[in-house]
Design a protein. Structure first.
Length: 433
């Protein structure tokens, strides 16, 4: 069996170990001519790394490589292309799989589901887009295990299988530099549901038309969350099937947008266990993932928050709503051309509690223009690209009792390697104050 691995970073290394155990004849294909690959392994590196993929039995692609790129140079290989998620779903010994997609909140919701199931005594494994390859825990699975997969549109675009429980969170425009258009993005998300059976379950966010539309591709039973019969907020309490689970003021997660994630998780877990104490034990202690409204430090009464994961305007808007005290907000980054009118209006609506808006990155001039149109001028265009300078500027405007919030609302690629690098540099700069 001849296998081409297209892309060789973390995901590719896990795939290499998987196919190597199966005795495959592996060739690593990567656009980096200097890519370090395992000894005694064939490589097709640099220019021409996609040539001749039709000679292989299996062409595995890393999630970030659009299958259209492979097919453009090798139009006859569609049936040979696979991914980690597709291969995992094909061989997984358990049918107890929960898949979560959406534009934002996937990691938080997936983690909540996994932790609540574990608290209820289930054997649970969490992987996918959250940074853990399902290949890593595949050998440990039994038919009774539960698997929770966070799944991006990149992973779903050519998905051939669907989980028994699918969850679609809020969906708004994103990754339109990767997808052909918004319809392509929606169709990719829909693959989570399209291969379900009538015995499966499709859970969707009741307050989002696109989420409902995506779940509508499923032949399974449809169930909303944030509305009955799914988990919803009733008199300040997360409730499902008439059972109060937790008061919203008991949640450790910041922001009303996280109420959606909690309701999604509770709706999914309730189909498996009605152990209220297990659910409560997680919801009253879990404070969130790194780079998601992460409290970093309180210095002289100023609280610093790292929300570097917020790479879309809607995510930044949620953070501005979640941090209720006066704030100095750092916003901006790589401009993917997404509409900014609603973000600018949200900022203008927060005029009373934004001490100063620090605008960074390539998106700066366009964002400033949109803010002026919305009637907001309390900003500075920060030309510096060094995070210590940016943090220093933000601190200079903050007063005791304020928050300094990094919630960019844009991708990181103009100034940083990725959102993790941006968040780590922010935390290091704050720690050095």
């Amino acid at each position: 069996m001849k296998v081409a691995l297209v892309g060789f970073e973390l995901e590719g290394r896990a795939a290499f170990a998987y196919w190597q155990k199966l005795g495959a004849d592996i060739t690593i294909c990567d656009q980096d001519p200097q890519k370090q690959i395992p000894a005694d392994t064939k490589g097709q590196l640099g220019e021409g790394y996609l040539h001749g993929l039709d000679q292989f039995d299996i062409v595995w692609r890393t999630a970030g490589i659009n299958p259209a790129i492979l097919l453009k140079e090798n139009p006859g290989i569609a049936d040979k292309i696979t991914t980690t998620v597709n291969e995992f779903m094909r061989v997984c010994p358990t049918k107890h799989i929960i898949g979560i997609t959406g534009t934002k909140g996937k990691g938080t919701t997936s983690t909540l589901i996994a932790r609540m199931l574990a608290a209820a005594g289930e054997q649970v494994f969490l992987g996918g887009n959250i940074g853990v390859s399902p290949f890593d825990f595949l050998p440990q699975l039994t038919e009774n295990s539960w698997v929770v997969l966070e799944l991006s549109s990149f992973q779903l675009s050519d998905m051939q299988y669907s989980p028994s429980i699918g969850v679609c969170l809020m969906v708004v425009p994103e990754h339109l530099n990767w997808h052909a258009d918004m319809d392509d993005y929606i169709l990719a998300k829909a693959q989570l549901f399209q291969h379900q059976s009538p015995a499966d379950l499709a859970i969707y966010f009741a307050g989002n038309e696109l989420s409902q539309r995506i779940a509508g591709y499923s032949p399974a039973l449809k169930m909303p969350f944030y509305a009955e019969p799914g988990a919803h907020v009733e008199n300040g309490t997360i409730t499902i099937a008439g059972e109060p689970i937790v008061r919203t003021d008991e949640l450790k997660l910041l922001g009303k947008h996280n109420w959606q994630n909690v309701c999604a998780a509770v709706t999914a877990v309730w189909q498996i266990t009605q152990n209220v104490m297990a659910l409560r034990s997680v919801l009253t202690t879990f404070a969130g993932l790194e780079h998601r409204l992460e409290p970093v430090r309180n210095l002289n009464g100023i609280q610093f928050y790292n929300d570097s994961f917020a790479a879309t305007p809607d995510a930044a808007m949620a953070a501005l709503d979640a941090i209720t005290q006066p704030k100095v907000a750092i916003i901006g980054g790589f401009d993917r051309g997404l509409p900014l009118t609603h973000l600018a209006q949200c900022v203008a609506n927060h005029t009373a509690d934004i001490r100063k808006l620090i605008i960074i990155g390539a998106s700066g001039k366009r964002l400033a223009g949109e803010l002026e149109q919305a009637g907001f001028s309390n900003y500075v265009l920060e030309a510096a690209k060094a995070m210590p300078v940016i943090v220093g500027t933000a601190r200079s405007y903050a007063k005791t009792g304020d928050a300094v919030l990094l919630s960019p609302g844009f991708a990181s690629f103009d100034m940083f390697r990725n959102f993790e690098d941006r968040g780590q540099q922010f935390k290091q700069a704050v720690a050095a104050l």
